[in-house]
Structures are given as structure tokens and as C-alpha cells.
Design a protein around this ligand. Structure first.
Ligand code: AMP
Ligand code: MG
Length: 412
């Protein structure tokens, strides 16, 4: 058996970043920027009011109080989007709505809450009940983003808020690393897609799990179906998937059984630039990786839990790295065992399916779930975390241990 770090190093030495490409803003969600992005404009582009109220000259209202308000003549109304074509002179003010450009001569805006209306014979006048300082309630041009400033560094993930910020400066095309197309196929003559199962056949669970995981991560999964344990068929499908996609993920057929053909097929198609590994982890010990015509090909084990944990530990970080993620690995969080997590020494690191929750002490607490065997998909489906249990006898109630949180929103 080899350590997980050695398996990861073998993979990482053979992958490279996806080709940079500019995509439309609407298509950039989940991608990573390939270069730093600079703003060519100020945001906001013009000085505007942060509140609904009255644009004023500060000296006019310097002594305004609730008891002794100051009266000003209203010389105009400016709505958001209007071009203000008036000029404030001392003694006048302009009614103005949030987001509207302030007229020339404006020194501050008084909130509508600090004013009252007086109807008189010479038109509407406004009473100002509070003094303001120069600049109060005005958003200056460039106060959010300055022209010429770096908006985002290279390798920034385009999140909805990054996308909004790019939209605010008018960037319509985003330089990113290409969204990877990832082939997924299941191997095994026992697999069936038929609604009624013949005795001895099983439903394919790895493909839907892997395809949906890839979708969630922002990749484009491409479905190559189930392939029976037939060397010629496997070989043809592996080859086609490698030609048409940026990476290939297979499950099944990497163990030591007579019909475990994936590793054999990978070895032939990669001209030997591959490695079949027995990794010192549980579950997901067997794994193979190689390049088919330069396309990274991950052969995961078939057992449903093993295949998903193998994806999590080996394929997920590698694919994220290829797409430009600067920190492709999951963060480990120190957690407290709310129950004994016992194991026996076997030279392997165990990944225990756990339920994690944040306690009233602000710490993460973990409990093992029932059904830790590698064919028991249900415990994995109920798990929001994997505890990383190093070789040894495990940890006792109350001790600290590293947890890999799969879904932090579910830790309640
Ligand atoms: P293998 O790695 O091919 O020896 O498969 C190990 C175990 O996982 C066997 O019990 C298979 O039937 C099962 N298995 C393999 N592939 C899948 C799959 N795609 N979905 C569900 N179970 C699978
Ligand atoms: Mg099999």
C-alpha cells in the first residue's frame, strides 16, 4: 500500500491547467479567472445621493435644529436616472431620490426624515431640521471601484457577487479557464439501467452520483453509460471518452478480481503511463490513474461508497486544480468526538461517515453513522462530513479529530 499523498502526487504530476478562454459573463459562474481583471471605469460613475431627501449648500443649514429649522426654496426634483440640469445656489435646495446624480453646487444631502414641507404663496418651501457636513449622504464617483484598480486577481472563482461586480464595470467577456467536460462511465456486467431488475443485476448508483457531483462543482459531465466487463467494449469506450472530453472518470474494475478490466484497459491505452495503486485508506483502497492521449483518466473502485470517497480524495481536487482553483482541497476542521470513534490498526487512514453539527460552544461535534461498510450507500447519503481517523485505535468521546465537512450548511 502507498500513502494517499503519494497517489495524489502521481496524479498532480500529470495534470495541467485547462486552456484559458474568454466567456460571456452569463456563462462564467463557477469558473476561475485566468488573469487579473482591472476596471476601466469608476463605480459609481457620478456623484449621487445615498438617501431620499434634499440636496443643499452646507452653509445654509449650518444652524438648523428641530426647534429652529431653516427654510429653503425647492428649485427642482431629480429622480434616479435623471440628468440634473439645475444649479444649486445658496438659499435653494433640490428634492432628490436615492441613486440620482446630485446637481452642481450640492455639498450634502439632508435625509427626508429630517425635513418637513411648508406650502406657501410663493410655492413649496422645505424646513430643514438638522445641520449636515460637506459630503454627507453623497456617494462619490469611484467610491466603490476606482478606474484603473484591480478588481479581482487571477484564480478568483466567479461567484454570483463577483459576477455582479464585473457587470457593474461593464465587463461582458471574462477571461477564465475552460469549463472542463468530464466523461463518466460505469463498468460491470451486473449493472442495469432497466426498470425491472433480473436476479443478480443491480442498479448503477455511481454514475448518477458522479454526474450530479460534477454538475454541482461547475464541470460539464458527459454520460458514457454502463459498459459490461468486456475488454474490447471497455477499450473502445475509454478511448472515445478520452478523445471527446478533458478528463475521464470510470468506476469499477480496479480491484484484484478476474473481471477487473479497467486497470488493464487503462494500462494498454496509456502506453504504460499509468499506475494501479493500493492506497493506504479505507474505504477506496484500489485506484488507477493514467493519461489516455493526454486525457487524465481516473479509475475509481466500484463499491458505491468507495467510488465517491475516491472521487472526493483524488479526482475532485485534481479536476478543481485543472479548472484554476487556487485551493482545490477541502479544508479540514478540528472537531470534537461526541462518541467514541474506535478502530483497529491496519496501516490505513480511515474516512468515517459522520454527522457533524456546530454546538452551542461554537465547536464542530461529530458522531459516526451506522453502516460504515463500503457498499452501504445510505450512511454516506446521510453524512455531512468524513472524519479522518489516522492509523491506530481511534479517538475517545471528547477528544479532537480532523473532519472534512462536505456540506457546512447541513451542520445544524
Ligand atoms: P468492482 O470494483 O467492479 O469489483 O465492484 C465492487 C462492487 O461494487 C461490486 O459489488 C459491484 O457490483 C459494485 N458496483 C460496481 N459498480 C457499481 C455501480 N456503478 N453502481 C453500483 N454498484 C456498483
Ligand atoms: Mg466490476
Amino acid at each position: 500500500m502507498i500513502p494517499l499523498s503519494e497517489a495524489k502526487a502521481f496524479v498532480n504530476d500529470r495534470i495541467s491547467r485547462a486552456r484559458p478562454i474568454a466567456v460571456d459573463l452569463e456563462d462564467a459562474l463557477g469558473l476561475y479567472t485566468s488573469v487579473a481583471l482591472t476596471s476601466e471605469v469608476d463605480v459609481p460613475g457620478f456623484a449621487n445621493t445615498a438617501v431620499d431627501g434634499f440636496a443643499v449648500v452646507v452653509s445654509d443649514v449650518a444652524h438648523a435644529t428641530t426647534e429652529i429649522p431653516v427654510e429653503l426654496m425647492v428649485v427642482g426634483t431629480i429622480a434616479a436616472g435623471d440628468l440634473p440640469n439645475l444649479r444649486l445656489v445658496p438659499g435653494s435646495c433640490a428634492r432628490i431620490m436615492t441613486g440620482a446624480a446630485v446637481p452642481n453646487g450640492t455639498e450634502a444631502v439632508v435625509m427626508i426624515e429630517d425635513t418637513s414641507v411648508v406650502e406657501g404663496s410663493q410655492g413649496t418651501r422645505i424646513r430643514i431640521h438638522r445641520s449636515v457636513d460637506v459630503g454627507d449622504n453623497i456617494r462619490l464617483a469611484g467610491s466603490d471601484i476606482k478606474e484603473g484598480s484591480i478588481l479581482f486577481d487571477a484564480f478568483t472563482r466567479v461567484s454570483p457577487t463577483v459576477l455582479a461586480s464585473l457587470a457593474s464595470v461593464g465587463i461582458r467577456r471574462v477571461p477564465t479557464f475552460r469549463r472542463l467536460r468530464v466523461a463518466v462511465l460505469s463498468t460491470g456486467s451486473e449493472l442495469s439501467d432497466s426498470p425491472t431488475l433480473e436476479y443478480g443485476k443491480i442498479r448503477d448508483t455511481n454514475r448518477p452520483a458522479l454526474i450530479s457531483t460534477l454538475t454541482e462543482l461547475g464541470f460539464v459531465p458527459v454520460d458514457y453509460g454502463c459498459v459490461p466487463d468486456d475488454e474490447a467494449l471497455l477499450s473502445a469506450t475509454f478511448q472515445k471518452a478520452a478523445e471527446q472530453c478533458d478528463a475521464v472518470i470510470t468506476s469499477g474494475g480496479v480491484s484484484v478480481g478476474d473481471f477487473d478490466l479497467s486497470k488493464l484497459v487503462l494500462s494498454r491505452l496509456s502506453n504504460g503511463d499509468m499506475r494501479w495503486m493500493q492506497i493506504a485508506i479505507k474505504p477506496a483502497k484500489p485506484f488507477a490513474f493514467g493519461l489516455i492521449d493526454n486525457t487524465p483518466t481516473f479509475c475509481l473502485p466500484g463499491n458505491p461508497v468507495s467510488s465517491l470517497i475516491s472521487f472526493e480524495l483524488l479526482a475532485r481536487p485534481a479536476l478543481r486544480l485543472m479548472m484554476g482553483a487556487p485551493h482545490p482541497e477541502r479544508t479540514l476542521i478540528r472537531a470534537i468526538a461526541d462518541q467514541d470513534l474506535s478502530r483497529t490498526p491496519d496501516g490505513r487512514v480511515h474516512f468515517v461517515r459522520t454527522s457533524a453539527r456546530f454546538g452551542t460552544d461554537g465547536r464542530l461535534h461529530v458522531r459516526p453513522l451506522d453502516g460504515q461498510s463500503s457498499h452501504m450507500l445510505n450512511a454516506l447519503a446521510g453524512a455531512n462530513s468524513l472524519v479522518v481517523l489516522p492509523d491506530g485505535h481511534g479517538v475517545k468521546f471528547g477528544q479532537e479529530i480532523n473532519a472534512m465537512v462536505l456540506s457546512v450548511d447541513e451542520c445544524y
